[in-house]
Write a protein that binds this ligand. Structure first.
Ligand code: TIU
Length: 222
């Protein structure tokens, strides 16, 4: 029998099986969290994202101690931009577009310094790292097959930004049958009001997309 953990969450109790629950850390990349990257080029204050770093580090430590599955994602495109639709690259009036040369190398391009995950929550050997060309982590990736092969049924999500890549990934995961919980203090947005709205709409209608709870609830259980 798989041991089950149970935590008080919104909108009601979330139960998750030991070993079959992956911790997912979405896009904690220099391009979103540090000045001079993609997030800043869109006109955002990147310091708003920093509050999520310590809770994510604590969850990573807990998952590593138990040897459970950890997934890190990166929003990243091929150097020839063949996986970046013009509709994405040409949108709006950013100071730097995807593929342009910036202070941390070419923006959102695999292998460039800006695409790397910040040191405080960087992947360790054996952890799954997914480069994704979309906002969602399942579009044009092999992540579903990878998780299925490991018997993963539940996902505990963290990362940035709440209403863009995190919410898109959580909705994709929900449609694929994963029971998902978003960690309230392990995710941040450039727009606090959008973070609040995303949390509310995820849990509404009887957890229509999933659950949310503070990191201390997850850490307390495991
Ligand atoms: N702009 C913004 O809020 N987010 C992104 O473009 N990507 C992610 O959320 N990772």
């Amino acid at each position: 029998m798989t041991a089950m953990f149970s935590i008080a969450a919104t909108p009601f109790e979330y139960a998750f099986p030991a070993g079959a629950t992956a911790l997912v850390v979405i896009d904690m990349q220099r391009d979103f969290v540090e000045p001079g990257g993609f997030g800043a080029s869109l006109g955002n204050d990147v310091t708003l994202l920093h509050a999520a770093i310590a809770p994510i580090a604590a969850l990573l430590a807990a998952w590593r101690e138990r040897g459970w599955t950890i997934v890190h994602t990166r929003e990243a495109h091929r150097p020839d931009l063949s996986d970046c639709p013009p509709a994405k690259r040409l949108r709006g009036h950013p100071s730097l577009r995807i593929g342009d040369e910036g202070p941390m190398g070419r923006v959102l391009i695999s292998g460039e310094p800006g695409v790397e995950i910040i040191a405080a929550v960087a992947p360790e050997a054996g952890e799954i790292v997914v480069d994704k060309p979309g906002k969602g982590m399942f579009w044009a990736t092999r992540l579903h097959e990878t998780l299925q092969a490991r018997g993963i049924t539940h996902l505990i999500l963290t990362g940035v930004t709440t209403e863009v890549c995190v919410q898109t990934s959580m909705r994709e995961a929900n449609d694929r049958g994963y029971a998902c919980l978003l960690v309230e203090d392990g995710t941040e947005s450039y727009f606090p009001e959008f973070k609040a709205a995303a949390l509310a709409m995820i849990a509404a209608q009887g957890a229509i997309v999933g659950w949310h709870s503070p990191s201390r609830a997850v850490l307390g259980a495991v």
